[in-house]
Design a protein around this ligand. Sequence first.
Ligand code: NIG
Ligand code: FE
Length: 405
Amino acid sequence: MRTLIKNIDHLYTPDLNRGFGQVLDLQKVHLLLEDGYIRQIIASDQPLPEADEIIDASGKCLLPGFIDPHTHPVFWKTREDEFVMRIEGKSYEEIAAAGGGIRNSVRKFRQASKEEIKEISRRRIARFLEFGVTTIEAKSGYGLSTQDEIKSLEIINELNDEQALDLIPTFLGAHEVPDEYQQNRAAYVELVCKEMIPLVAERKLARYCDVFCEQGVFTVEESRKILTTAMEYGLKARIHADELAAFGGAELAAEIGAVTADHLILASDEGIRAMAERGVIPVLLPGTTFFLGKDQYARARTMIEAGCQVAISTDFNPGSSTTQNLQLIWTIAALKLKMLPGELLWASTWVAARSLGIERQAGSIEPGKQADLVILDIPNLNYLPYHYGLNHTYMTIKNGRVVYK
Ligand code: NIG
Ligand code: FE
């Protein structure tokens, strides 16, 4: 099966020879796909090859399919009541300390069957394809019992097999201390390390392990223990770090060699330096800062100047960031993190792919790679974060198939 995407106004892909933020801009080209893979970029003065299917991309831009490297898509009920409480002046932390927040979602998650949650998650994740996203990282973390965390990871793995979007599973049993362990947190850390991680690893239900390392949630010591245990079992580490307080999460990520450290609003200079040295990828989530109504954003420029390649993400979840519109995140990242369009392209494709270990298959437009692509109805790359709040996707192509139009 050959598909020809013809008359592409701009084909944009990270310029891997020139480095972070630099963009290859091929104008007036055609792209040939074959059996789900990218076959050839064809210049406009070359003859058009035969194809079974032709897509006309005149006046449009073609980019690698976006990769969202930090999402929490497997939950049951939404939390709009807490949103209103925040408008009235309560903070995210106060709501969580009073038993709301993640623990609220956990109580609800445990009441629903696997099939019910799977069905609602299936409908939910389809929306990523609409926004041009072709792969997401998907975390568990609303079960917080062995049985319910397995339920969550099984849903992620089954949905990955059953529909077009790729989901890369992360075990987040240490998302919060559940109600029944509030008086005995050490026992919960033990449960995560001695029972959940071995089982998740044995059943190959996740590639990564994550911890919410934060004041009032898991300490640096607890996070170190959980992540190093996970690494002994073959899971790679990601970490929610320094979001609500400067807490030493970035330093811990560098110390243990985590693949990513995420949020990082309050990461220290030393933490940033250490991450750059160790090659830890910062995954920045400015939509969360925005949605929590805060003024202080992650210091992306400092991280980039220190030598970090930065990824960005929606952080899609029912509490702190409810959007799946990665294009809107581009605008927030541009305005609040001062990231340039070329850097945003890298952050949503190549760097995100590297953070998930899929850069050989995805994350750039090169012959031999998976045909994961987005055609945007925009005149040029700068236009994407500029015309904000709406969806510019004309078509999403996953493994060579049109999955959204
Ligand atoms: O990344 N920080 C922890 N997890 C999510 C919030 C999850 C929730 O509120 O349900 C986050 O912001
Ligand atoms: Fe998160």
